[in-house]
Design a protein around this ligand. Structure first.
Ligand SMILES: [Zn+2]
Length: 288
C-alpha cells in the first residue's frame, strides 16, 4: 500500500511537469509535499521496526511459551532413531551450545533510498524552477517588470513602447524560434517569459544569475528596442543591441565591467549563431 502511494505521488510530480495546464491549478509543492510525507512515514516506520527488534516481527516464541514447552533446551530439539521410532531429545544433550541465528536487523537502506530519490528530484526541481519563474511572480510584480522593460526599451527606441512578456507563447516562444518580437518602428514588443524573468531577477532582486543567460536577456531586450526604433536589418540591430546593452545592463544593476564583458561575449558568440541564421551576423567592424 505504502509503496503504491509513493509511486502514485512520484507519477503525479512527473505528470505535473509535462502538463503545463496543471501549473496554474495545482502548486508544485502539493504533490511534492505528499511524496515527502510518505517517504518520511516510510522511514519512521522502518526506524520503529528496527528499534523494537525481532519480537514485533512475529518471529520466535515468547518467553512464556518456551517455559510451557520445557524450557530453552527444547527450542532446538534433536531427533534420534531409537528402535525404529523417532525420539525427540532436548538440545541439552549436545556438548555445543545450541545454534542461534544471528539477530537480523531490518535493513534501513531501502527506506533511505526513497529519501535519496526525493532529494535528487528536489535538486532537479530547484534547477528547473527558475525557468518557469515568470508564472510564479505575482500580477503586481509582472506589471512592474513589464513597465520597467517598457521604459528601458523606450530610452533606446526614442518613443514610448509597450513591452509584454508573453506568457501564453502565442507571439513569442518555441514555435517562433525567437526570444523576442517587435514591430519595426512601432510601439509593441514581446519577450519570452524566460527573458523577462531573468531581467526581473536582475532589476528587482539583484540577482545577476548565470552570465550567459543574463547577457542573452539584456541583448534580446536591446535588440527588440532597436527594432522599435526603426532598425530593420537583423545584423545591424544586433550590433547596436550589443553596444547599448552595456549601459542597459548597468541601469539594470550590473557593474560597467560585467555588463561590458557580457556584451563582448554576445558579440563573440554572434559568428557561431549566425552560421545557422546569416541575416543575424553583425556588420564587419562592429565594436563594443
Ligand atoms: Zn530581430
Amino acid at each position: 500500500m505504502g509503496r503504491r502511494l509513493r509511486i502514485a505521488a512520484a507519477v503525479a510530480i512527473v505528470v505535473w511537469f509535462f502538463v503545463p495546464e496543471l501549473h496554474g491549478a495545482i502548486p508544485l509543492w502539493l504533490p511534492f509535499l505528499a511524496l515527502a510525507a510518505l517517504e518520511l512515514n516510510f522511514l519512521v516506520a522502518g526506524l520503529r521496526e528496527r528499534g523494537s527488534g525481532r519480537g514485533s516481527r512475529g518471529r520466535g516464541a515468547q518467553e512464556t511459551d518456551v517455559e510451557e514447552l520445557g524450557g530453552e533446551a527444547w527450542r532446538e530439539p534433536i531427533i534420534v532413531e531409537v528402535g525404529g521410532r523417532d525420539v525427540w531429545l532436548s538440545s541439552d544433550l549436545e556438548l555445543e551450545p545450541p545454534w542461534e541465528p544471528p539477530p537480523r536487523r531490518p535493513r534501513l537502506w531501502p527506506r533511505l533510498e526513497g529519501l535519496a530519490v526525493l532529494a535528487v528530484v528536489g535538486a532537479v526541481l530547484f534547477w528547473v524552477v527558475p525557468e518557469r519563474g515568470w508564472r510564479g511572480l505575482s500580477g503586481a510584480e509582472r506589471a512592474q517588470t513589464e513597465a520597467r522593460l517598457s521604459s528601458e526599451a523606450a530610452r533606446i527606441a526614442g518613443h514610448p513602447t509597450r513591452v509584454r512578456c508573453d506568457a501564453k507563447g502565442e507571439a513569442v516562444g518555441v514555435v517562433q524560434h525567437a526570444d523576442g518580437l517587435a514591430e519595426i518602428g512601432g510601439t509593441n514588443a514581446f519577450l519570452t517569459p524566460e527573458i523577462c524573468f531573468r531581467l526581473h531577477r536582475l532589476a528587482f532582486e539583484d540577482d545577476e544569475g548565470s552570465f550567459s543567460q543574463t547577457a542573452r536577456a539584456i541583448a534580446v531586450l536591446a535588440h527588440e528596442a532597436w527594432h522599435l526604433h526603426g532598425e530593420r536589418d537583423e545584423g545591424v540591430t544586433n550590433c547596436k543591441a550589443f553596444q547599448s546593452g552595456v549601459a542597459l545592463g548597468q541601469r539594470l544593476g550590473l557593474s560597467e565591467e560585467t555588463a561590458a564583458r557580457m556584451m563582448r561575449q554576445q558579440l563573440a558568440d554572434n559568428a557561431t549563431y549566425a552560421r545557422s541564421a546569416p541575416e543575424y551576423l553583425v556588420p564587419r567592424g562592429c565594436r563594443i
